[in-house]
Design a protein around this ligand. Structure first.
Ligand code: BGC
Length: 510
């Protein structure tokens, strides 16, 4: 029986495609207009764009700097755990202020308004509000700083979208408690988090209406606790080893959802609260390999769906681990589902270590696929797949809270194509019934790309780190402005950016 099943599976591998195709450009092309009130925005996060002196990341960066762990000479996209790419190259000013948003926020928010954007995603940093352990009230300076930012947005008709946890916490949170536990595993972690969320809610409701409790929890868990490239740098090998942190994040989400809604209700205000998940397409490296296919399925399930399924169902069930625990109050705690989408990956197995898949960016049958400066393939069709899957699976409003690419070229042709192709897929997903409310581009300006340092350039505006953070628009900035002003894609944009033969050739990988 088992042999028959295996044989059957192998035959299926030969028949089923296994590889998603890029979408053909239909002719004639027609304008793709979004509904009135659709949010066009940009996203960034505190640690990546401004100074956050008391955070765990700032501490990690200082250690890397002192230890000269710069992964010099390595390509970006391949920085080993413990290092930050080329960090030693930059001045103190850059290492402290990152992209200088704290110095230039007025100019940046103005630039977003000039582009015609009506949403701007930033994070409120826990480490900024509570820089020292034991504080019972948030730092008034920090509160005033964020009020200034939101006022600058509101005065220009821009809706703030605010993240509470974008991978970063105060460094004191990682001091051991009496039981020797740190960070999210401390016995009082939830209480400390609650004090922070409460301070945020009291100070910023109703000024802020759209809240994102957690940014990409799977990336945080994987990089922080599975492979140890982000703080706290733990190498536990798999998600089961980080189960307590996983559960704590789910509980932190529930707590934030409750607090934000409670304060809003008390003030007769309304808020929209969700979290945002990093969704990636996982395909078999070799479409004829049953092991690659099976592993691609497992990785997709564990990475893309387990966390979101938990929020929908109220149970934390971790694929292939047998872990299945109810989390009190969790079921349905989301007013929208947040989607961050960038790329696709190829999953490769090795029969000698069948439970250790290798996940990479290059597929043998697509050697010329267009890839960005980090080596990530551009796969717009996957965006449509993810949006429609989320739409069907959760039947909730959906907010695209990140999408973008690393293209440091002055003419940023790849970013322009990427932008048009991805907005188009979002429009197609909407047409096919998904209730998408926003498209938020990562990012307005180049910024600190975590362990990849400053060389992965995600900005619509280039930042000159050698000259006081001077911003220069890349051509994609004007293009995104045209999209926002037109509330979608004109037929001319579609034919200009998607129909030229060079693009078509790159996009199909031929
Ligand atoms: C994160 C950002 C990051 C971006 C590009 C997302 O995973 O939320 O912090 O800079 O992707 O890698």
């Amino acid at each position: 029986m088992f042999v028959l099943l295996v044989l059957g599976f192998m035959v299926l591998c030969l028949i089923l495609p296994g590889r998603g195709e890029q979408r053909e450009t239909p002719a004639p092309v027609q304008a793709m207009v979004f509904p009135r009130g659709f949010l066009w925005g940009v996203a960034m996060a505190g640690q990546q764009t401004e100074s956050v002196p008391a955070s765990d990341w700032t501490k990690f960066e200082a250690e890397v700097f002192r230890g000269h762990r710069f992964a010099q000479g390595e390509k970006i996209g391949a920085t080993p755990p413990g290092d930050i790419h080329d960090l030693g190259r930059w001045s103190d000013q850059v290492r402290i202020h990152k992209a200088g948003f704290d110095l230039l926020y007025d100019q940046d928010i103005d630039a977003a308004a000039q582009l015609g954007l009506n949403a701007f995603r930033v994070s409120i940093e826990w480490a900024r509000l509570f820089p020292r352990a034991g504080m019972t009230q948030p730092d008034p300076e920090a509160i005033a700083y964020y009020h200034r930012i939101f006022a600058a947005m509101r005065s220009r008709g821009i809706e703030p979208v605010v993240t509470l946890f974008h991978y970063v916490s105060p460094s004191w949170f990682f001091e051991a408690d009496t039981g020797g536990k740190r960070g999210w595993e401390r016995a009082d972690a939830l209480m400390l988090w609650q004090a922070y969320v409460d301070a945020v809610a009291q100070n910023f409701i109703p000024e802020v209406r759209i809240w994102c409790t957690l940014n990409e929890p799977m990336v945080y868990l994987y990089d922080g606790y599975v492979i140890g490239s982000y703080p706290p740098g733990e190498k536990r090998g798999d998600f089961a080893g980080a189960r307590d942190v996983y559960a704590a994040l789910l509980r932190a989400h529930v707590e934030a959802y409750r607090v934000l809604h409670r304060v809003a209700r008390a003030r007769g205000a309304s808020v929209s609260v969700g979290l945002t998940q990093n969704l990636e397409v996982f395909e078999p490296y070799n479409r004829y390999s049953p092991l690659d296919r099976a592993l691609a399925w497992v990785v997709d399930k564990a990475w893309n769906w387990d966390f979101l399924d938990a929020v929908a169902s109220g149970r934390m069930r971790l694929t292939t681990t047998g872990i299945d625990v109810p989390i009190e109050g969790l079921a349905g705690t989301e007013d929208y589902v947040g989607v961050n989408y960038y790329s696709r990956n190829y999953v490769r197995g090795d029969w000698r270590h069948p439970f250790a898949p290798d996940v990479g960016n290059i597929a043998p049958d697509l050697p010329h696929e267009e890839r960005n400066d980090l080596g990530w393939p551009s796969y717009p069709r996957g965006f449509y797949e993810m949006l429609t899957k989320v739409g069907k699976r959760y039947a909730k409003p959906l907010m695209i809270l990140e999408n973008g690419t690393a293209d440091g070229a002055a003419d940023d042709k790849k970013r322009q194509r990427y932008l048009v192709a991805h907005v188009r897929e979002a429009w197609l997903a909407r047409r096919d019934g998904v209730d998408i409310r926003s498209y938020v581009h990562w990012s307005l300006i180049d910024n600190f790309e975590w362990v990849e340092g400053f060389d992965a350039r995600f900005g619509l505006f280039a930042v000159d780190y050698e000259h006081d953070f001077h911003r220069t628009p890349r051509p994609s900035a004007a293009l995104y402005g045209d999209i926002a002003h037109a509330n979608g894609l004109s037929a001319a944009m579609l034919s200009q950016y998607l129909a030229d033969p060079e693009t078509a050739a790159n996009a199909t990988g031929r």
